[in-house]
Write a protein that binds this ligand. Sequence first.
Ligand code: ZN
Length: 290
Amino acid sequence: MTLYRFASGKNTSTEIKNASIEDRKMIIDTHAHIGKVDKFNMPEEILIESMNKYNIDYCLVSNIEGIEFDNDQKPIPVELQRSQKEINKAAINFAKDYPTRIGVLLWAKTSTEGCTKEFENMIISNRGVVYGIKFHPYHANTPFDSLKVEEYIKLAEKYDLTVVVHTAASSESSPREVYNMAIKHPGINFVMVHMGLGTDNEEAIELISKLPNLYGDTTWVKPKNSLKMIKKCGIDKLLLGTDSPIDGVDTYANQFYQTYFNNFKNVLSPEDYSKLMYKNAVRLFKLPVE
Ligand SMILES: [Zn+2]
């Protein structure tokens, strides 16, 4: 399966095969979601609609319904939770409906379920659409640098998947925890999404600069901080991410993201801009793009 720019609808995998390389410049959002739980409401149709509206070619999605604790870290009642298998199956089915637009990061329910044979089987049976494992240490109330997480990391190693981690100011989500895990597992690539949400990003940038297998994404990161990051860590270390459609169909209209899409064309060289918009994502997640 190969991705082509402007593949518009369901199951359209072979459009514009003969477009020139120039025409095939893409935008890949490595941090998007689906799912409805607690205060989150991100229907699949809204994500697709927003991708079409803002010319986003491809998204890596994780299902937010994997959260086990709410915003105040109160446990989500069991009757309101769906199983690790169900939520990831929903994301996989979505990707199978839109094979040229959507890939999956499996959500790890580290607190209430853990790494099971069933989870491994989901990876094995869906190699064509699964590109990584997503951890949310805050909404799982599980420190990233813990044994529960370690078991999933072994699977990432076994199946050559990228590990994507929510990082923030809170202790269990601290960039330092991801750094510790990345030192222990030099064969796996780790992405600190948000580069420390609610911080000045300095700690995350410092840590990313120290290890070859640590990356950052732009989700809610001020563009000026991303420029600092690029300067210190190199353009190859930064991925485009947005949390779309967390603020609805127009999440991409946010001033931060518009700055990345538009102003960065003038700030970065064409090659570096392409790396941020899609080339780094293709390389890191081994996406099937020509
Ligand atoms: Zn997110």
